[in-house]
Design a protein around this ligand. Structure first.
Ligand SMILES: C[S@@+](CC[C@H](N)C(=O)[O-])C[C@H]1O[C@@H](n2cnc3c(N)ncnc32)[C@H](O)[C@@H]1O
Length: 245
């Protein structure tokens, strides 16, 4: 099954958040939004693009603070669900697109801020990642912010696990939590009739990403740790890119 098909199936069956759902943490989106907002500070006049915004939990929260928000996603069913859930937000609009197809449908310098949260690991390969960044740089304003959030980093994940293995009880608890989440996710999928197929994607390391970023001119960037209470904070990081004037 392709990635988009998978996200369509989740939305069709009213599963609005796959992995985060398994953390059984009902405040997770509020804390995710607060973590993003702390790092890039949405302003009332901002025009924001939420690329790969899915069923819109984060877009809706951004729309409560920013001027105008465009939620763009490749999964038509997810967009349909988002339209329904967020129907009362007049400053939110929806665009169906494939983020791997350049050029994106937006004009040059159209946005003050672009969010792309928990998405880039579903791209085909690293060259798609580089192409996406160059498109984002075209459509963001000068000094605008691009926030690529929740990127799984293989080196960070490995470091965390190596460290955890040194502490028997911490490791045991971590493993129990991991398998419980895995079981719960599989259980929900089965309950909803979703084939439990692994979606495909790119595996990133921080070094690999730095190499890609170092080849792109006209930007400042930094990696940022996530709020430690977010479900994947031990193995993921956020990347903030600022377009130079
Ligand atoms: C894990 S969800 C994240 C949704 C949302 N950003 C969030 O954090 O709640 C990944 C989203 O990326 C979208 N996506 C993945 N590949 C895409 C592509 N090539 N073009 C457009 N959207 C894509 C999926 O449809 C899905 O909605």
């Amino acid at each position: 099954m392709g990635n988009i098909q998978f996200f369509n199936e989740l939305a069709r069956r009213k599963i609005l958040s796959n992995a985060r759902m398994a953390s059984l943490d009902f405040g997770v989106y509020d804390r995710t939004f607060a973590d993003i907002d702390r790092k890039i500070e949405f302003l009332p006049g901002d025009v924001v693009l939420d690329l790969g915004g899915g069923t819109g939990q984060i877009s809706g929260l951004i729309a409560g603070k920013a001027g105008r928000v465009v939620l763009a996603d490749g999964a038509g069913e997810a967009l349909r669900a988002a339209r329904e859930i967020l129907a009362d937000l007049p400053n939110l609009s929806f665009v169906h697109l494939n983020i791997e197809q350049s050029p994106l449908v937006f004009a040059n310098s159209a946005f003050d801020k672009i969010i792309c949260y928990s998405v880039v690991h579903y791209l085909k390969d690293q060259s798609s990642f580089a192409a996406l960044i160059s498109e984002m740089l075209r459509i963001v304003k000068s000094e605008g912010k691009i926030f690529i959030g929740d990127i799984p980093l293989s080196d960070k994940g490995k470091r965390y696990l190596d460290e955890r293995k040194k502490h028997f009880f911490q490791n045991l608890l971590g493993n129990l939590k991991y398998y419980f989440r895995k079981f719960l996710t599989a259980f929900f999928y089965r309950l909803k009739g979703i084939r439990d197929t692994q979606v495909s994607g790119v595996v990133y390391s921080k070094d690999g990403m730095e190499e890609v970023l170092s080849r792109i001119g006209g930007i400042n960037y930094r990696f940022l740790e996530q709020d430690a209470s977010l479900p994947f904070a031990n193995s993921r990081e956020d990347l903030l890119i600022i377009k130079k004037q």
